[in-house]
Design a protein around this ligand. Structure first.
Ligand SMILES: NC(=O)c1ccc[n+]([C@@H]2O[C@H](COP(=O)([O-])OP(=O)(O)OC[C@H]3O[C@@H](n4cnc5c(N)ncnc54)[C@H](OP(=O)(O)O)[C@@H]3O)[C@@H](O)[C@H]2O)c1
Length: 304
């Protein structure tokens, strides 16, 4: 199943294959992951210059070359801006990063370039110059950000000629700060803390596609919630709906993300072809409102 990304008119799969973990595979296994993903309808690929120190992009390139996949059958996105110990949105760094990415992926262009994590020292004029140069040279077609709040996006957007297309943000049933404060408006509780200045509403208002990263994880670095005793109720609820819909737990988790009317993409990190096939079934499940809220509450979220 496909969706239009941002206001670009580009149609990409609602589930995206994230390649953060691809460097750990040999080329033959990477070929299996990519071939399986394409067969399952997943054509939107997410990279970053730092994944595997660049080796994830190289492994992907070698596998794609061996499989003989045409460039136009893939939508390629990569990210830049993270350096060792700091973040760097300087014009120079963005331009150099893109050249490195294109070389490692052996392609003339990226469909999407995403700024990976906010640079506190960002000079939006420089980013705008870099984007404009990349667009004019044909090296990048569309641009986006990751892990940014509304005001960071608004600041950058005010310097750009075209709308930002995506914002990549962490989201899973066990990591929902972007929803929590919206159901706890004006409450004196922890869930009511506004951590992103209303990023879901901002993205919906401005037709920016939210790309949900790490859909199976708890908080950054805290691991999977599947099999975690602290998330027993959540896992039981997910399994119940998996049985009801005749799909895997993984498919229900992704269906929960895809059910949100903001029309988000889910970026999955599995490098296991069997699991990817199971996850892809998510697009066949349309959770009801009570089911969606049941999963949300089962993660420990309390409705006012
Ligand atoms: N913008 C950002 O700051 C940012 C940060 C992190 C990630 N990302 C992007 O998001 C993508 C996904 O991140 P992620 O890999 O952390 O996400 P994920 O899809 O939540 O996690 C996948 C990992 O969990 C393992 N896993 C084990 N049991 C699983 C189960 N029952 N269900 C699902 N997965 C299971 C997978 O192993 P198998 O391989 O055996 O399936 C794989 O290693 C990355 O590849 C990257 O593209 C972006």
């Amino acid at each position: 199943m496909k969706q239009v990304i941002g206001q670009t008119g580009v149609e990409g799969s609602r589930i995206s294959l994230g390649c953060m973990r691809m460097a750990a595979l040999d080329v033959a296994d990477a070929e299996k992951v990519i071939a399986t993903s394409l067969e399952a309808g997943i054509n939107f690929i997410d990279h970053a210059d730092i994944y595997g120190g660049g080796q994830s992009e190289e492994r992907f390139r070698d596998a794609v070359t061996n499989l003989g996949i045409a460039r136009e059958d893939l939508i390629l996105q990569s990210k830049c801006g993270i350096q060792r110990g700091y973040f760097d949105f300087s014009k120079d760094h963005i331009l150099k990063s893109v050249d490195g990415i294109l070389k490692r992926l052996d392609t003339d262009y990226l469909d999407f370039l995403v700024l990976h994590r906010p640079d506190i020292l960002v000079e939006p004029e420089e980013v705008a110059e870099a984007f404009s140069q990349l667009k004019q040279s044909g090296k990048v077609k569309h641009f986006g950000v990751s892990n940014q709040n509304r005001y960071q996006m608004e600041l950058l957007q005010s310097y750009l000629d075209e709308p930002l297309a995506v914002n990549q943000l962490q989201l899973s049933p066990a990591h929902t700060p972007m929803f929590d404060f919206g159901v706890n408006v004006n409450m004196r509780n922890e869930a009511g803390v506004n951590r992103d200045s209303g990023i879901v509403e901002y993205c919906r208002l401005n037709k920016v596609t939210i790309q949900a990263w790490s859909p199976f994880q708890i908080d950054l670095g805290k691991g999977l919630f599947s099999g975690n005793p602290d998330y027993k109720e959540l896992n039981e609820t997910i399994s119940r709906y998996a049985e009801q819909y005749g799909v895997s737990d993984e498919a229900i988790i992704i269906a929960w993300i895809l059910r949100h009317p903001a029309k988000m993409q889910a970026i999955i990190g599995s490098m296991n072809p069997e699991r990817i096939v199971k996850i892809a079934k998510a697009t066949e499940v349309n959770l009801t409102r009570p089911e969606w809220y049941d999963i949300y509450r089962s993660a420990g979220n309390v409705l006012p």
